[in-house]
Write a protein that binds this ligand. Structure first.
Ligand code: DI6
Ligand code: FE
Length: 401
């Protein structure tokens, strides 16, 4: 006897492409998928009629900076008047302006702002959200951000420590001393409170060097934590190869990564995370090396990179459309990016990302004719139901209700 079954459904299992099962059914027991297929003959305590809707695995947004205070609409105006992202950062704007606001915000206020943002992901059938710190750049606020991330409701949250996101004003001109502080004090403190699932670094000219990145990765390794990297976003510093060398779960952005870097990722099993929102919002022109990723069979994940400075994007659906329109990914690749490969980039592919027996019963129902519609339509949201741990939850439910 299963707990519940969804009948008259089309399943996009996301096993080997769409892995479509038409006119099928999906059953759940103890919060896990217990059956998928066409000819349902089983018994279930609860029966749901999907009326021909498509069922997809709950989306996995494997790269966000969703916890932060305020927004930077003012800088958007400055950039449209000609200032570059780097000019604004050098003039004391950019990441450090969000740092000032986030340091000043209370934990309750930060949580309220993040839960308000999270509604957009819930409305679009999301099951897992990765949330980075990185707007505190001191011990108190980095841990405050991670605690807030752990309190978010309605989705499974994976936290990532990103203390090495930017150099705080109090360490101006002393990046190595700041990296000492991050490695010897802040990261161990966060890990000791079990606030960290992975460790990330912004390896870039306007942030930290490959050598400084290596030190943070060593500190993570000492704590038994996996690593991820903001790699080669604005220039090629060899970030892709560096991430692979440290066995990273993922290398993210990678617009400027070399063929050798992609090959190293393939050998190391490091996933690529492409972030079309930042590419679009910063009006970048250098496309990520999609052909090399396909040729070397590197799993390609997609994410919103939600952040106030370079990607104020809160829609996985729009991110998928951007990935197809701007990066020339196929809709099948885009959906795999927010399901099976998104889960892989978080080391969660054993429990999430596909509709298979034993996986978490976290999925969503869509009023569509074909899965490709989810990447095709701009601005529409055909989500008609969300299921979490086998329990139905309306798409537009407020977090915590
Ligand atoms: N790369 C980015 O695009 C964001 N962080 C990063 O490492 C920018 C974050 C911000 O501007 O607030
Ligand atoms: Fe990012």
């Amino acid at each position: 006897m299963h707990d519940a079954v969804w009948l008259n459904a089309n399943l996009a299992t996301m096993v080997d492409g769409y892995g479509a099962i038409r006119n099928g059914a999906l059953a759940v027991t103890d919060g896990r998928i217990s059956w998928t297929g066409t000819k349902w003959t089983g018994k279930a305590r609860e029966e749901h009629d999907a009326r021909g809707a498509w069922i997809l695995p709950g989306f996995v947004d494997c790269h966000t900076h969703l916890v932060h205070a305020g927004n930077r609409a003012n800088e958007f105006e400055q950039r449209l008047k000609g200032a570059s992202y780097e000019d604004i950062a050098k003039a004391g704007g950019g990441i450090v302006s969000t740092v000032r606001a986030t340091r000043a915000a209370s934990e309750a206020d930060l949580l309220a702002q993040a839960n308000r943002r999270l509604r957009h992901w819930l409305a679009e059938g999301t099951a897992v959200v990765e949330v980075k710190s990185g707007y505190g750049l001191d011990r108190h606020t980095e841990l405050k951000m991670l605690r807030v991330a752990r309190k978010l409701q309605g989705v499974t949250v994976k936290t990532t420590f990103l203390g090495a996101h930017a150099l705080p004003e109090e360490y101006k001109g002393r990046p190595d001393a700041y990296i000492d502080f991050v490695c010897d004090e802040v990261l161990p403190a966060a890990a000791s409170e079990n606030l960290v699932d992975a460790v990330d670094v912004f390896c870039e000219r306007i942030a930290f060097t490959p050598a400084q990145t290596g030190r943070v990765f060593q500190a993570a390794k000492r704590l038994g934590l996996p690593v991820k990297l903001h790699a080669d976003q604005l220039s090629d510093l060899g970030g892709a190869a560096l991430a692979a060398k440290h066995g990273a779960l993922s290398a993210d952005h990678i617009e400027h990564s070399s063929e050798q870097g992609i090959e190293a990722m393939a050998r190391a099993g490091t996933a690529a995370v492409l972030l079309p929102g930042a590419f679009y919002f910063l009006r970048e022109t250098r496309l990520p090396p999609l052909d090399a990723l396909r040729r070397h069979k590197v799993p390609i994940a997609l994410a919103t990179d939600n952040n106030p400075g370079s990607s104020p994007l809160s829609s996985p659906l729009l991110a998928m459309n951007m990935a197809c329109t701007l990066f020339r990914m196929t809709p099948e690749e885009a959906l795999a990016g927010f399901t099976v490969n998104g889960a892989r980039a978080l080391g969660m592919h054993a429990s999430h990302g596909t509709l298979e027996r034993g996986k978490a019963a976290d999925f969503a129902l869509w009023d569509i004719e074909s899965p490709a519609e989810l990447a095709y339509a701009i601005g529409a949201n055909p989500c008609i139901g969300r299921v979490r741990g086998g329990n139905s939850a309306p798409c537009n439910s407020a977090p915590g209700t």
